[in-house]
Write a protein that binds this ligand. Sequence first.
Ligand code: ZN
Length: 381
Amino acid sequence: MLFKEIIGQQEVKSRLLNLVRDDRTPHALMLFGPPGAGKLALAVSMAQYLACAERQPGDSCGQCPSCLKFNKLVHPDLHFVVPVLKTTRVTRDPVSDNFMEEWRESFLANPFISESQWYEAIGAENKQGVINKEESLQIIRKLGFKPYESEYRMIIIWLPEKMNQAAANKLLKLIEEPPDKTLILMVSESTDKILPTILSRTQLMHVPPLSESMIREGLQEMGNHDPQLVEDAVRRSSGNFNTALQALRQDENEMHNFTLFTTLMRLCYSRSIIEINDWVDQVAGMGRERQKLLVDYSLRLLRENFMLHMESDALNHMSRKENEFSSRFSAFIHAGNINELVESFSGAGNHIEANGNPRIILMDLSIRIIKQLMQKAPQAG
Ligand SMILES: [Zn+2]
């Protein structure tokens, strides 16, 4: 991870660079601040810079053997400690080393990973991880070895507030009498849950939330160019880049579902069987989870359209685009077909859930919709 790959945080970056340049790297350094500000990525960049063989004034070189290992988080002098817990795979005495494969994959896919995303990645949703005493003993053991390749041994402790009392006491001892050429880099989201004696022996550096303009720029640099989606994600982020990313992904899925649903309705209305067949092929290849989301989305939009048909000025929960489409489409969704349409989509959802053949389920659904859209609205009175 190069410093320049991390959005914003210029001030923190130059403070970190200065520490290394002026040879003032402390034994223990803690980056703290709100989630989604880039603390973990900054910690990895700092360690990489310290180990880089061809250090540039403002960043690691990115090409030396050490940097190449950092790119995959496999440098032998870089260690991670993260909160873990028992899972179906690791059923007793879990420590970070049991989960390094998942950790590397998760961090490299999203350096802004949140605590709950991490638990999800190791198959332990809705549970709380911990850093236990066994973990601290392992740290001490690892720091007992000489560095393999670089001058420093580096340990990044993600969320030290997750340490239990025994682990924290062991770490405190280590920070009080640190081995030479060791950097303990901690990344914390709530320093109030950390032993004051650890804090007082650690150099603290605050990492502030990202500004809206930095988040906007970051999203655009990742190739997100739809200005409306980007703005919506920025607005929902409150300085947390991870939240912005999730909001954007969710919006993109909604947009994709909107396109698929409206296309199917148009094709069914015009009874374009050949194009319906193409649509079925496309959706059949999407995977079950995505298909189920499309069914849920379709059900929501059908219900909204029925409400709109019955009471055109009723409050609804549709986006601007959905409203535009529905202002015309709602004429075709009425008391004469809404129940059957809902049953068709729900039935398709159930069959998808039960591992039915998606092509057959979707083609059957399309044929039902063709008939149901032709139904006349019941005459009033
Ligand atoms: Zn390098």
